[in-house]
Design a protein around this ligand. Structure first.
Ligand code: SF4
Ligand code: SF4
Ligand code: FES
Length: 248
């Protein structure tokens, strides 16, 4: 809930993780900055002001500023969130910012989510598998509305990494597909254009690096900024895994 606007602007205190892994002299530490709060100030605006007026070396990522590109995930007072969608008015005066765990640190608040997502896609072969020869004369295939909607839900993932950072299993097992990976697998599993059978999917997700590596505390579900139905997605994957097990 948004804090009730006061006529006196708050003086915000930011404690920001600083470390440049490319610099042999750099030592991880927290650096404090202060800033007057403005109405409707997001972390994107606050961090830009800090960089422009106090420290041009501060590293963080933003591109779209509207929860589309997925590049601004960070730990905000310990909780993964998008910086562009987090208003300072929803936070206390002391705001602690850390980079997302699990991903490779580029510097300060900037992490490399791209490599993690590419490896996840390669490991789970998360793309359409279909041996059918291309026919330019073929009519566009039809799809049931509910199924198309369910696939679209999975495709709304912006690969921000917030769910992965919140996930206990992903934090201790680098091979775990992670919440975003399980969502992506389910999206292709549902897709009738993907001709992989239950046995093929069983190999991909029915192990401790897949859906059975999930310990089910649902932190991912709580932090996903796109509110993807991750709970239902894992239930779907478990049902499919069990069906394939008993069929085979
Ligand atoms: S419910 Fe599973 S996938 Fe989600 S955060 Fe917990 S362990 Fe990770
Ligand atoms: S499932 Fe949600 S939290 Fe996870 S990467 Fe996609 S959009 Fe981000
Ligand atoms: S800047 Fe694109 S999601 Fe935040």
């Amino acid at each position: 809930m948004t804090r009730k606007e006061s006529t006196v602007p708050r003086r915000l205190r930011f404690e920001i993780f600083r470390y440049n892994p490319e610099d042999a002299e750099s030592v991880p530490h927290m650096q404090t900055f202060e800033l007057d709060e403005a109405p409707y100030m997001s972390l994107f605006i606050a961090l830009n002001q800090i960089r422009e007026t106090q420290d041009p070396s501060l590293q963080f990522d933003f591109a779209c500023r509207s929860a589309i590109c997925g590049s601004c995930g960070m730990l905000v007072n310990g909780r993964p969130a998008l910086g562009c969608r987090t208003l300072t008015s929803d936070l206390p005066e002391l705001i602690r910012l850390h980079p997302l765990p699990v991903f490779k640190l580029i510097g300060d608040l900037s992490v490399d989510t791209g490599t993690w997502f590419r490896e996840m896609v390669e490991n789970t072969e998360a793309w359409i598998h279909n041996q059918q020869a291309f026919d330019p004369e073929a009519q566009e295939g039809r799809m049931d509305d509910d199924l198309a909607h369910a696939i679209y839900e999975g495709d709304r993932c912006i690969e921000c990494g917030c769910c992965v950072a919140s996930c206990g299993a992903a934090n201790v097992n680098a091979d775990f597909a992670g919440p975003a990976g399980l969502n992506r697998v389910a999206r292709f599993m549902m897709d009738p254009r993907d001709t992989r059978g239950d046995g093929d999917w069983f190999e991909v997700v029915s192990n401790s690096d897949g859906v059975f590596g999930c310990i089910g505390m649902m932190a991912c579900h709580d932090v996903c900024p796109k509110e993807l139905p991750l709970l239902e997605i894992y239930a779907y994957l478990r049902r499919k895994a069990l069906a394939a097990r008993f069929a085979g």
